[in-house]
Structure formats: structure tokens, C-alpha cells
Unconditional design. Structure first.
Length: 101
């Protein structure tokens, strides 16, 4: 998955971290995003589609799995955007913990 939370987006939230902390923070946030999106996708599928997804994940490429999810989860873009907003909101609440200023 391409990172949705970028240095530019992080800066737009007002979080200013030392350069050496940017990459680890973004990795953490994007991993968290991927985890939450995965949970939301699983919750949105009925049993038949969930079984199909599990089967596809064992044999397909990452791109094929992504294409399958896009075709079966019609609100995927909204799920992603909602989670990005939530994660950035959580980070904003704690920005003093890792801010460089």
C-alpha cells in the first residue's frame, strides 16, 4: 500500500518532529492505517466474500488483492480517508509528546 500519511500531511497537522523521527513516525502511522483499513474491510464483508478474500490472499499478488478489495468494498476510499483523519487527529492530540519545538 502506498503511504497515505506523508511528511507534507504530517506537517499540515502541526506536528513538527526532528528529521530523524519523521520516517519512523510515518511508518508507524501508515502501518496503523493499514491495520485499521484491514479490520474495516473484514468487517464490511459477508461470510462468502470473506472466505473468497482469504483464499485470494494465499495465492494472489498484493496488487490482485488490492484490486479485489476495491471491487468488493465500494466505500474503500471513504474508509481510508476517515481513518487518515482519525489517526492524524490522534497524533495532533499527542503532538507535544514528539514535537521538536
Amino acid at each position: 500500500m502506498e503511504p497515505y500519511i506523508t511528511p507534507l500531511l504530517l506537517a499540515a497537522t502541526g506536528i513538527d518532529v526532528p528529521d530523524e523521527q519523521v520516517a519512523p513516525l510515518l511508518d508507524y502511522m501508515n502501518d496503523l492505517l493499514e491495520e485499521r483499513i484491514g479490520e474495516a474491510v473484514v468487517e464490511s464483508l459477508d461470510d462468502t466474500n470473506l472466505e473468497e478474500l482469504v483464499e485470494i490472499q494465499t495465492t494472489a499478488t498484493e496488487d490482485e488483492v488490492h484490486d479485489w478489495i476495491q471491487s468488493h468494498v465500494t466505500n474503500l476510499s471513504e474508509l481510508i480517508q476517515d481513518e487518515v483523519v482519525i489517526i492524524l487527529g490522534e497524533a495532533t492530540k499527542h503532538r507535544a509528546d514528539f514535537s521538536s519545538k
